[in-house]
Design a protein around this ligand. Sequence first.
Ligand code: ADP
Length: 672
Amino acid sequence: MLATQSIAVDTAHSVRWGRLRRMLWLLPLLSSLLFVAGVLAWAYRADSAERQDRHTTLIADALSSEAQLRDLLGVEIAHLQDLARQLPQLPRTSAGLAENYEVTEGLRRMWLGVTWLDANNRIIAHAPEQSGASGLRVGDQADGPGVSAHLTQTVGKEKLVLRYSPALLLRRGIPWWLTRKYDVQLIDSNEQVIASLDQAPLRTEAQGHESYMVAVGTNMPGAFLELTLREVVPPFWRTLPLVLMAGFLGLMLAATLLLRRQVVRISRAEAAWRTEAAWRQAMEDSALVGLRARDAEGRILYVNRTFCHMVGLSADKLVGLRPPMPYWPPDALDEVMLRNKRNLEGRAPRDGYEALWCHQDGRRLNVMVFESPLIDANGQQTGWMGSIIDITARKQLEERERHQTEAMAHQARLTTLGEVASALAHQLNQPLTVIMGYNAGLQRMLTDAGYDNQAVLHALSQQGEQAAEAGRIVRRIREFLTRRAPQREACDLAAIARRAADLLKRDLRTAQVDLRWALAPGLPQVFADPILMEQVLINLIRNAVDAMVGASPREGSVSSIRIAAQSSGERFVRMDVEDSGPGLHGRTVDALSAPFYSTKSDGMGMGLAICRSVIEVHHGGMDAGGSSLGGARFSFTLPVFDAQLQGQQGLQGLLQSDLDDEDARANLEGEL
Ligand code: ADP
């Protein structure tokens, strides 16, 4: 339940993430928009602060200029008052007035004229003289272009009227640097220009110039000083950086559209590629053929799932590996390295080659490898692509068939041999019976004749016994070869071994063999044919003697044979015949017991074959290997006699139901 929930959450998460990833192309545009918005906000704030500063400066400049003008006017009023004080002493003529120091200085500064009026406003005198005749009134524009202004100073009933040029006032009162920055003018309450420092005064509202107006004060009633900024500061959104930003945004928009188109194209290509990759993966995974790509040096670049299963290693562990590979059989590395070199040189057989590989669990597998060139997108060969088929099962089948054929041939040979041996035994039986008859007759005749040489009588009795033994052997072999069941009975394997050794004591003595016994005490009885077992042991001991006699003796070593017997589990007794001879040189029991295999000049090669058959007929197992004495070891197991079991089935009964061959062999192999 929990797992299902977590899978659902994961799926939802990956769907959301996939959707988000598909929208990623918007990210540059969004970040650009954010950036531009930030720049706009900053520019707006900077512009507002700048405007505020500019406005404050404008006000300050206007106020200081107004104060300047007011001071200047104050000075002129002071001069006028001085003149008024001097009036009583002045001649009441224009010439007299014009000669006055205050008047001449005033005219030099900014006065346009001074008019002395009587109580009826008639002109008494006027300076300068030439313009004084017409009785001008205050505010008249008699002195050329520009508006004039006047100041009046009463002296008793008379008064002095001073006309001055506001334009000159401005020129004198406003510093030059301020006029560079501002258009300065004096205007009246009807916004009519009284005086201006410029020929063409700026129209504030229409042209977007910033201005500030301040009343000049009582000395110039109804007049205002107006400062207008010459520079028109465009709104911040019309400045170059912001125009550039707009351009940038436009470019980003175009780039985003192109990006989106590209993303859509890539997404489509990616989806197609994914589908194709999924198809390919599914095909590769379901293929029964192992695939392996290698570069020119033999390093693995890719393996499919089947290949991983074949060798029991994951793709992570295989990719990147260089020869020698972990799945090569360690006992044939040199040969495999040579084959690998041949393959990398491009000399691999076109119709494939067989190889033996090792699975990680130690299992061997037969594979058929087909190598073909690995070509990249540019048509260049970059390595080799191998297709591998596991042919282990097929090989095993072939091997089994071969074994069966061999077994059939073996069987046929054994049958022939059996028939020959049977005929031979039949033929030998006759002379042996005759020998025994003669021996018995001779003994009887000698006894009847009172012959008492015990040595001769003993030799004759031994001869008779040996002939009887030979007769028994021939009979048993004949019975065995004619497929009659062996005469099984409970017997003491240790006693049989001692008897066999006894029969061979002359050979052992001649070969100067030191015979050692290692028979475990209290061994259980085995269920076997004692005669056949005796023959098996005779054969093994004789082979050991032959091997030691045939080999050049090792310096200081004594030829020795060790016969050991012990219980093997609860159901078997095991016997080993070891020698200090030259050993088996790696030959297995299968090879040694192959019919007619012999390394002896007079050997028939049937001894071990018959021994093995005899042991296996008794449901035992046979094996061979190295001995602790330095030579060969031949071992076999025989089932323990179980009175109840074998009693039920009868001494002639067979053990197949309870003790099968596999069991016995497995027992022996497990022990060895
Ligand atoms: P044969 O004795 O007629 O050669 P066997 O079947 O008894 O036939 O033996 C087969 C071969 O096994 C021998 O020729 C010999 O090479 C090898 N062999 C058997 N026993 C021994 C041993 N104890 N040590 C070395 N080789 C042996």
